[in-house]
Design a protein around this ligand. Structure first.
Ligand SMILES: Cc1cc2nc3c(=O)[nH]c(=O)nc-3n(C[C@H](O)[C@H](O)[C@H](O)COP(=O)(O)O)c2cc1C
Length: 192
């Protein structure tokens, strides 16, 4: 199967899990992921992870399956064919809540070699958090799909509607998702 036939095969469903590193009610990172949710074609399910605020602090002494929130996180990651992560930066670092999510996934089979794309806003800011996120995901053997990573060229926070009403932003998001889909399906085909 060549790459073209993989792109055009829209009958194959794809499951994506989006994780926002922000707990803010009006988070621009969450808005970006929710906009992407509205822009995916029908055969793609993009689920937004909503357990960030419920996860206990990571403690390697705790058996994860005794904790509902952790078991739910792992089940969501296992379910997904690929992950899309979007994060703010706090004091030149990753938000503790997002690092906590990743810490719970370290060493588990759910995250290992999982295709990951980063969707971000504003190239001028957040470079430390983005670099840290990349390093952590690489160290955890996540499969970063570089060509599917996106930084939306905006310098202010946007609502979901401000993103979905903008043709340029919609095009960039849809193109990144299509590229992500192609990379994931190509990888699955080569493993089959
Ligand atoms: C406590 C705090 C610290 C921040 N530190 C940084 C920083 O070091 N670098 C940066 O680029 N932005 C920083 N910001 C700005 C946020 O990263 C930015 O507003 C981001 O878009 C918020 O994402 P959200 O809308 O998804 O919550 C900080 C914001 C807060 C509240």
């Amino acid at each position: 199967m060549n790459s073209h036939s993989i792109v055009s095969d829209r009958s194959q469903p794809l499951k994506l899990l989006a994780i926002s590193g922000s707990l803010r009610q009006t988070s621009s990172n969450t808005a970006l992921l929710k906009a992407a949710q509205q822009l995916v074609p029908e055969h793609i399910t993009l689920k937004l992870y909503d357990g960030l605020g419920d996860l206990p602090h990571f403690n390697p002494d705790i058996e994860f399956d005794s904790l509902r929130a952790v078991a739910q996180l792992k089940a969501n990651v296992e379910w997904a064919d690929g992950l899309i992560v979007s994060t703010p930066e706090y004091a030149h670092g990753l938000p503790g809540s997002l690092k906590n999510v990743l810490d719970w996934l370290v060493g588990g089979h759910e995250f290992y070699q999982k295709p990951v794309a980063f969707f971000h806003l504003n190239a001028q800011r957040g470079q430390y958090a983005r670099a840290q996120l990349r390093e952590v995901v690489k160290t955890m053997s996540g499969e970063i799909i570089e060509e599917a990573c996106l930084i939306l060229p905006v310098s202010k926070a946007l609502s979901i509607e401000e993103i979905t009403n903008n043709k340029e932003y919609c095009g960039l998001i849809q193109n990144a998702i299509k590229t992500f889909e192609l990379a994931i399906k190509k990888e699955k085909t080569s493993l089959a």
